[in-house]
Ligand binder design. Structure first.
Ligand code: FES
Length: 182
């Protein structure tokens, strides 16, 4: 299972990157969503600091930008976890028990849908049809698609991923972001 690549604001020159993105869209108010999409593609999420900078450059109020980011589920205000678990909630998967799968994943990770677990290992998302309805219910973990998932299988995959991470980091107990606790 490949982990997602994340680049957080602290690792880049965020102001320069954001300025370039906004300039690319000609500081155009009509390009608000593409600007926010580019920011998310660049950093993996849309930080509140990024909203402030976009607001300064475009004149769009921070509260308006914030309401766009919170309205569309494609946007994330926090960095994503190392593993992104997407549970399909399209019609076929819904009928095949997607709700119970999501509940199971949320329970095991401790993260609600749209959020990241405290240990930074999992982001849980509810998504629309993934285009492979004959395999319903479907879950993807990063770039891997899992077919006919049950709540128990979903729970097991979270536990396996967590155990694999502990093994990789040598963590024997409480971990934060894969690093041994101090
Ligand atoms: S409804 Fe889930 S893959 Fe289509």
């Amino acid at each position: 299972m490949k982990n997602t690549e994340k680049t957080n604001l602290a690792e880049r020159n965020p102001v320069e990157d954001i300025d370039q993105i906004v300039r690319r869209h000609n500081v155009n108010r009509g390009a608000t969503i593409p600007i926010l999409q580019d920011i998310q593609n660049t950093f993996g999420y849309v930080a509140t600091e990024a909203l402030t900078r976009v607001s300064d450059l475009t004149g769009i109020s921070e509260s308006e930008l914030y309401s766009i980011v919170t309205f569309y589920s494609q946007f994330r205000l926090q960095p994503s976890g190392k593993n992104i678990i997407r549970v399909c909630h399209g019609t076929a998967c819904h009928l095949a028990g997607a709700d119970k799968i999501t509940e199971s994943v949320m329970h095991e990770t401790g993260a609600k849908a749209g959020e990241t677990s405290e240990d930074g290992l999992f982001t849980v998302e509810k998504v629309a049809c993934l285009g492979c309805c004959s395999l319903a219910p479907v879950v993807t973990v990063n770039d891997e698609t899992l077919a006919r998932v049950t709540p128990d299988k979903a729970r097991a995959l979270v536990i396996e991923s967590r155990d694999a991470e502990k093994e990789k980091t040598g963590c024997k107990g409480e971990c934060q972001h894969g690093k041994p606790a101090v």
